[in-house]
Design a protein around this ligand. Structure first.
Ligand SMILES: Nc1ncnc2c1ncn2[C@@H]1O[C@H](COP(=O)(O)OP(=O)(O)O)[C@@H](O)[C@H]1O
Ligand SMILES: [Mg+2]
Length: 204
């Protein structure tokens, strides 16, 4: 595997957290890891690409890690409309190609969930398909996650994306459904839960 696309059931579900976690894990296994955030929206300061580049001390220019930057904190389609910009999706493919030459594996963090529109007729699931990458779905640990995770996997399969696994994030030990969700999702989707991550206490 030379690349993987980290998508999720929603925004704020832990895609950046998991991207960093996997990058550090692959590094510990001796691999040279690159990351990518194809499209960021919102203020440049401390966006996901800047954060990951800093945390992982990556030399790659921000223009490669994050080829499309939009000013407003919205889905790419409305963000591009507001700033009257036509998105050049091809920039994503060429940046990914270059990063793949530089690194053994490139972890690509998605934008929100799979149905998020990039243009009127092109969503995140289409991008994953066209980048020819397998997907990992980051899902919440607690109540409500069965619905969101099954819908996400269904949409990826409809877009002919290979789903290699699910990472469940934010276990608290306080929600009864945390005990049964992973097993039910595996059983109903046929996709394995690769990891269950606890809600980490903030480091002081
Ligand atoms: N397992 C976790 N433990 C502690 N904090 C987490 C965990 N997962 C996510 N967070 C925090 O929750 C917030 C949202 O996570 P983030 O990875 O940015 O989500 P996404 O990239 O899907 O929008 C961030 O502040 C992140 O640090
Ligand atoms: Mg993120």
């Amino acid at each position: 595997m030379s690349g993987v696309f980290i998508t999720g059931t929603d925004t704020g579900v832990g895609k950046t957290f998991v991207t960093l976690h996997l990058a550090e894990k692959f590094r510990r296994d001796g691999m040279d890891v690159g990351v990518m955030k194809p499209i960021s929206t919102g203020p440049d300061k401390d966006n996901d690409a800047v954060y990951l580049k800093k945390k992982l001390k990556l030399d790659d220019p921000l223009e490669l890690i994050n080829p499309i930057r939009l000013k407003h904190p919205l889905a790419p389609y409305p963000a591009a409309i507001i700033q009257n910009e036509k998105l050049k999706i091809k920039k994503i493919f060429s940046a990914y190609k270059e990063l793949s030459k530089r690194h053994q594996i490139v972890i690509v963090e998605g934008i929100g969930g799979v149905a998020v529109p990039i243009t009127k007729t092109y969503c995140v699931a289409d991008l994953i398909h066209d980048m020819d990458l397998p997907a990992v779905v980051v899902a919440r640990a607690g109540l409500g996650t069965i619905n969101h995770t099954l819908l996400t996997i269904g949409a990826l399969i409809d877009s002919q994306v290979e789903v290699i696994g699910i990472i469940m994030n934010g276990f608290t030990g306080k929600d009864l459904s945390e005990k049964t969700n992973a097993k039910v999702i595996e059983e109903l989707s046929g996709v394995p839960v690769l990891e269950k991550l606890k809600w980490a206490k903030p480091s002081s």
